[in-house]
Design a protein around this ligand. Structure first.
Ligand code: GAP
Length: 516
């Protein structure tokens, strides 16, 4: 049985081998934490974006989209607080010269204690079988209680240090916990320092005088600075939302776990503007809605959980993460934040413009409050790949690698294959493709045995393989082979379109989301 770490390595290798994700500028040995999406990756990514975009703009008549620039006036970032407060606490190991995030070192330590507790639980579960009462065991087992007390104590110290941004306290925790550098194995640490995550560049030529500008670290600010433009031109009434998908850039100190933490990544953000005082009920609403969006994909409800924030960002009065069970544990995929009126007020202050909304129902003006839903496309991509990747033991000892992707997101929906490369079968197969290609991403494959062709499609998660054989020429029917069950059906060519549409139409997911 492969460990989770081995499985993750296999997923990363699979992403490269099958054209999902490549290291950026690989011929020059790549660039740290920057990746390119290949021919299959980009299709999957586009499908994820479409699922998100349509769930916002089709399911909500009061949500509209925008596409703001990556470059923004530099004062934007002064106003938003990013110039002063978008920092990570970093620490260097003097022996290995490696740099770490102090908070990540401590969180890993917390994770190690959690793993110890889980090991005790798993051992007991094996021992007691059916009659095992996990909740009772966690409350009474002395070893678990000891670990739990250790965790509570460390967590309390850590939360306080982070809330106060007390860099000395963070270092003291690292020393007290005897955390060592994974490379050098020593505890020879520097002091903890603050490091701003924004990338800066210059705009304009030297003759005109240059201006230092930043690559946006979040897409949200492009929405805030356009609040009045959209509200006025769209005659939007509060509550309403503005959605956006776009690139964001962060000079992450510790970039790791493949596309989980990148320096250039993509966000799907929606800012929902509400009346002051109503933000908590909308916060709850969006928490529920976003979880339904995730679960509708059918990756397994048990793979999701909320994680409420104790340390709130400088702009928030409530925040929660939606976490997904990756091979390296539950990890944040999406954040839902109640951002108060912080951003609009700050932009009003720094720009000198009045940014308010006149509420005709209340007959007064106010600065709207904001609930934000913010999800990383790349993390969503990774969570889907991790849950889809399967190695199946087949009869006869064969192993098949298959991606059980939700059919709506699969990069290729159908592959059409003539059984042999002669007797008019390729021409007939092309006719079948022509029937499907305007609605579904369809490919054609005539090379190698049918078995090998099935495996190639399994590896990229194609839900339908359609084989054209000699009988097709007489009965106008084809063999459809289903990815997940590997079963086969004889289907009339005229019925193929409906069969595929039923499985890949996003409408079915949208109905699930709004039904509950
Ligand atoms: N506007 C709010 C905001 O940016 P965030 O929690 O910093 O909040 C939101 O980021 C989401 O963006 C995260 O939940 C994650 O999915 C994604 N994200 C953030 N940093 C990332 C990185 N370095 N690489 C990939 N995705 C990232």
């Amino acid at each position: 049985m492969a460990t989770q770490e081995e499985t993750f390595k296999k997923i990363v290798a699979h992403c490269k081998e099958y054209g999902f994700v490549f290291p950026s500028s690989e011929i020059y040995d790549g660039l740290g934490a920057v990746y390119d999406y290949g021919q299959n990756g980009v299709e999957l990514k586009n499908n994820i974006k479409q699922y998100w975009w349509q769930s916002m703009t089709l399911l909500h008549e009061n949500i509209v989209g925008i596409d703001a620039s990556i470059f923004m006036h530099p004062t934007t970032w002064k106003a938003s607080g990013h110039v002063d407060a978008f920092n990570d606490p970093l620490i260097d190991n003097k022996d290995s010269k490696k740099r770490y995030r102090a908070d990540v070192l401590i969180e890993d330590q917390l994770g190690k204690i959690e793993e110890k507790i889980q090991k005790e639980v798993d051992k007991a579960k094996k021992r007691f079988g059916e009659s095992f009462d996990e909740a009772m065991f966690r409350q009474t087992n002395p070893r678990v209680l000891e670990y739990q007390a250790k965790w509570d104590n460390l967590h309390e110290r850590y939360s306080k240090a982070m809330n106060d941004m007390d860099l000395e306290a963070l270092k003291q925790i690292i020393l007290d916990e005897e955390i060592v550098c994974p490379i050098s194995g020593t505890r020879n640490w520097t002091d903890v320092r603050q490091f701003n995550l924004m990338f800066a560049t210059e705009m304009g030529s030297t003759a005109d005088g240059t201006m230092k500008i930043y690559l946006r670290p979040e897409t949200a600010q492009g929405i805030f600075v356009n609040f009045l433009n959209v509200q006025k031109t769209g005659r939007m009434k509060i509550p309403f939302g503005i959605a956006q998908i776009g690139k964001a850039f962060r000079n992450e100190i510790v970039a790791r776990q493949f596309v989980f933490r990148m320096r250039e990544f993509e966000q799907m953000e929606m800012q929902f503007f509400v009346r002051p005082g109503e933000e908590m009920q909308w916060f709850e609403h969006w928490k529920q809605f976003r979880m339904k969006w995730h679960k509708a994909l059918g990756l397994g409800d048990e793979k999701y959980r909320y994680h409420d924030h104790e340390k709130l960002a400088h702009y928030a009065n409530a925040a929660t993460d939606i976490e997904f069970l990756m091979p390296f544990g539950f990890k944040e995929v999406e954040g839902i934040h109640s951002r108060t009126d912080f951003d609009l007020s700050q932009h009003a202050k720094f720009s000198g413009k009045k940014i308010e909304y006149f509420d005709p129902d209340l007959n007064k003006s106010y600065t709207p409050y904001v609930i934000e839903t913010s999800i990383g496309v790349d993390r969503m991509f990774l969570s889907i790949m991790c849950s889809a990747y399967k190695e199946e033991q087949l009869e006869g000892g064969d192993v098949r690698v298959v991606l059980n992707l939700p059919a709506v997101l699969a990069p290729v929906k159908a592959c059409v294959m003539p059984l042999v490369k002669k007797d008019g079968l390729p021409e007939k197969a092309r006719e079948v493709m022509d029937l499907l290609k305007f609605d579904f991403k369809t490919t054609y494959d005539e090379k190698d045995s049918i078995g090998k062709r099935y495996r190639r499609q399994d590896a990229i998660g194609t839900p339908f393989c359609i084989t054209v054989d000699h009988d097709t020429l007489n009965d106008n029917a084809v063999t459809v082979r289903y990815r997940d069950t590997m079963t086969q059906d004889r289907v009339k060519i005229e019925d193929l379109h409906d069969l595929i549409a039923k499985a890949v139409d996003m409408k079915h997911l949208f109905r699930k989301i709004v039904a509950e």
